[in-house]
Design a protein around this ligand. Structure first.
Ligand SMILES: NC(=O)c1ccc[n+]([C@@H]2O[C@H](COP(=O)([O-])OP(=O)(O)OC[C@H]3O[C@@H](n4cnc5c(N)ncnc54)[C@H](O)[C@@H]3O)[C@@H](O)[C@H]2O)c1
Length: 337
């Protein structure tokens, strides 16, 4: 299967996607689109791409005849780009988040269902050897039935640009990753959320840079999230710092090193403090990591005519966690999802 691709959005992140496409044998860029024609032209020059540049996606599709559009525009443009592309007969792989509101994300999902086109979303943080190992610990019941899962995320990036002026930069632009990772690790979906969102002293964001959330999950477990994008010092990994507690043990992953696991030593009697033994975690995932891993999955799914792991029908559940959290913070009470 040959993929003829139009890229929409020629900003910072598009470089990662274009690096991948350059290396993929059966993929060819046929056009570049950006709101600012100079950005598209600069990208074409920098990469020596002899392709036409456009400011309008519909025109680009009409003139270059792609089967696939890569949406690497800003969150506020994702709905327009994805729906335009699918309505013009193209499949779409897009950057997270699916859209800037849940209503928009649902509208995009509806267009995917009506047109029969595939729309999958970049959730690169699922494609990591260490999170795959942690997910297997949970799936194989090594720590028993999951009771709770906890993620800490504390970083202080100075992005400039669209994130500095979003209402909910941490929750909408970043926690989508962490919430999606929690669904991936547990295999459960969220059924309710209570969120307190705030903008602490020293924050350089206009919107809320920090949040604490409690989710009830469909398997009866609880997922807690503590996060900040304006935390100075003592920073966590971008993957977050995780702890999962199960009925017979616990696993931890700091997002940098391979996860670790301890369970009750059932060969010893139960005493005031349980006897514990370490369990070696298997390391048997060999896929590519990050964006490249997710793109491998998206292309394979398209070629095998199946839904990708991060197809919009799945991703909408992570989006519901994001916008449920925003709604809960606004209302000051628990929201059912
Ligand atoms: N998955 C990740 O780890 C990760 C990391 C960083 C960014 N992102 C996501 O990637 C996306 C892009 O982020 P970025 O940092 O590259 O932003 P950016 O601002 O550097 O680039 C976005 C580009 O899209 C263009 N654009 C905006 N609306 C458009 C439209 N309607 N039509 C055509 N072009 C349009 C802009 O002019 C700009 O050139 C965002 O959704 C962001 O959340 C994901």
């Amino acid at each position: 299967m040959k993929h003829k691709i139009v890229v929409a959005g020629c900003g910072a992140m598009s470089n990662v996607w274009l690096d991948y496409v350059e290396k993929r044998e059966n993929a060819e860029i046929v056009g570049l689109v950006d709101l600012y024609i100079e950005s598209a032209k600069k990208m074409a020059d920098r990469r020596n791409l002899q392709v036409p540049c456009f400011v309008d996606l519909s025109k680009a599709i009409k003139e270059t005849g792609p089967n696939l559009v890569l949406d690497i525009t800003i969150p506020a443009s994702h709905k327009e780009i994805a729906t335009t592309a699918m309505e013009a007969g193209c499949n779409v792989f897009g950057e997270k988040p699916m859209a800037e509101t849940l209503e928009d994300a649902k509208a995009v999902l509806q267009v995917a269902q009506q047109t029969g086109k595939k729309y999958s979303v970049m959730q690169n943080r699922r494609y990591n050897r260490q999170i795959r190992a942690l997910q297997q610990v949970v799936a194989n019941n090594v720590i028993g039935k999951v009771g709770s899962i906890h993620a800490d995320f504390f970083l202080g990036p100075h992005f400039g640009g669209f994130r500095d002026v979003m209402d909910n930069p941490l929750i909408v632009d970043m926690a989508i990753h962490t919430f999606d990772q929690a669904r991936f690790i547990t295999g459960a979906d969220a059924v309710s959320v209570y969120c307190h969102e705030y903008n602490p002293a020293g924050s350089w964001y206009e919107g809320n840079s920090s949040a604490v959330c409690i989710f009830e999950m469909s398997d009866g477990s609880v997922f807690t999230y503590r996060g900040s994008w304006s935390a100075i010092g003592m920073q966590t990994s971008w993957e977050s710092d995780w702890r999962v507690t199960g009925s017979i043990g616990s696993a931890k992953w700091d997002g940098h090193h391979f996860p670790v696991c301890e369970i009750r030593d059932s060969s010893k009697p139960i005493e005031f403090v349980d006897h514990i033994k370490s369990v070696e975690i298997e390391d048997n995932w060999n896929g590519q990591e990050g964006h490249w891993g997710c793109l491998d999955e998206m292309f394979s799914a398209l070629e095998e005519n199946r839904l990708a792991e991060t197809d919009c029908t799945d991703n909408i559940k992570s989006m519901e966690m994001v916008f449920g959290a925003v709604e809960s913070a606004k209302k000051g009470k628990k929201v059912l999802l």
